[in-house]
Design a protein around this ligand. Structure first.
Ligand SMILES: [Zn+2]
Length: 87
């Protein structure tokens, strides 16, 4: 059987303070409109893990793109995916 006491522990956490677009270098963060201490991000972040036989086999890359760069990227594709409403 164990008895417990309460104590206050201070720990340092890493939180994202800024996200910069890989495409144009723009800061993708903006203040939270409801005023919380955390900001919001306009854009997308995704990870790509390259598969067997590719030029980057065994490597991965994390990409952050602002909305404008995502739009430009999609429109630059030979066969761009369709935009589908989600709300
Ligand atoms: Zn951008």
């Amino acid at each position: 059987m164990k008895d417990y006491i309460e104590r206050t522990v201070t720990e340092i956490q890493k939180v994202i303070s800024k996200v910069t677009c890989n495409g144009c270098g723009k800061d993708m963060t903006y203040p939270d409109p409801i005023g919380t201490e955390h900001g919001c991000v306009r854009g997308v972040s995704f990870m790509v893990a390259f598969g067997y036989g590719s030029e980057h086999d065994g490597e991965q890359v994390e990409v952050d793109l602002c909305d404008e760069c995502v739009d430009k990227w999609l429109k630059s594709m030979v066969n761009p995916p369709p935009f589908i409403p989600y709300m």
